[in-house]
Design a protein around this ligand. Sequence first.
Ligand SMILES: [Zn+2]
Length: 354
Amino acid sequence: MAKKIVLKRSKRRRRNRKTPIIKLIGVFILVVFVVWVIVAAPFKTTKVADEVLHGNVKEKINFSPQEGDYIQTGKTITYDATLVCRGLFGKEVALGAKGNELVITVEENKLKNKVDINKNKIKISNSVTSGTPISVRVSYKNQSKTYKYTVRDDLKKKIGEDMFVKNPKEYDCVVNKKRHVSSDYEPDDLVYPDVDYAQTNKTVRQMRKKAARALEDLFKGARENDYIFFAVSGYRPYNMQESIHTSQIREYGSEEEANKYSAKAGESEHQLGLSMDVSINSLSYKLTEELADTDEGKWLAENCHKYGFIIRFPKGKESITGYNYEPWHVRYVGKDLAKLIHDNDLTLEEYFEL
Ligand SMILES: [Zn+2]
C-alpha cells in the first residue's frame, strides 16, 4: 500500500510542474494573437476597385519600363505606373494610372526645351547630340522614379535607301563606306582654327566653329605638356576628296588598295568639317602610324576625349570602321560622347550598334 501512495504523489507533483508551462504557452499565444490583430487588423476591410481587401492595405507603385540605359532621339517613350494594393494573406489589386496622372520632368535645364513631353510620353529632339546624359523623373501619387539615360541617335532612321546621311550637321553624324555625305553638303560655319599648321592650302585648314574651338583647346592642352601638334588636313570639300582619291588610286595601283587608306568622295568625314589630321615636327609632319609610338601620339590617344575628340580609326577595329589605323585623325563629337567612346574602348560605329 505504502508503495502505491508514494507513486501517486510523485505523479501529481509532476503534473503540477507541467501546468505553469502550458499556461505560459497559452498566454504567449494569446499575446501574439492580440498583437497580430492590432498590427494586421484582419477584421478591417477596404474596398479597392470592387475588391475587398482585409487588413491594413500596403501600397506600392511599379513604374514601367523598369530600366533603360539609352534613349533614342526621335523615338517616343511611354511611361506607365501601377498602384499595387496588397491586403492580408497576400491578396493584391493592381490599378493602372491614367496617362495624364503621371508627371514627367527632365532634370537638365539645358535639355528642357528639347524634350517634347505629352502626358506620359516623351520624345527627344533630333538636335540632341548622342552621348548627352539625361535624367527623366516620372512621378505618380507620392512616389517617383528617376531614369538616367544616355542619348543615342537612331542610325537607321538617319539614312535613306540612297545611303546618304540626313544629319550631316549633327556632331555625332556617322559617315563611312556605308553612310555617305551628299556631294552638295557644305558646312555653313567653317572657320580657321587658331593653331599651328603644317599646311599651306587654306581650304583644308578649316573646321566647323565648335570643332575649331575644341581643336585650339586640344593643342593648348598638349602644349602644357610640351607636346606641339600641327594641323595638317581638316575640311575637305567633295570635289577635293574626289581628286585626292583619284591620285591615291594611281599611287596604290588599285582602287581596292587605295580604299583602305583614303576615302572615296562622299565617304570621307573630312567633308563634315569635324575632323583634323595632325602631326608633329619629328615626323616631318607626315601622317603616319609612327605617331602612335611617340609621346605626342600616346598623349593624344589618351587625352583627346577631354576636348571632345576621338581617334576615329583605332587599331584593331579596321573591320568595323573600314579603315586602317589612323592615330593622326581626330574627330570632334562633343565631350560627352567622346568620353563614353574612349572609356568603353569603342568606335563611333560600335557606339550606335550597342
Ligand atoms: Zn583624316
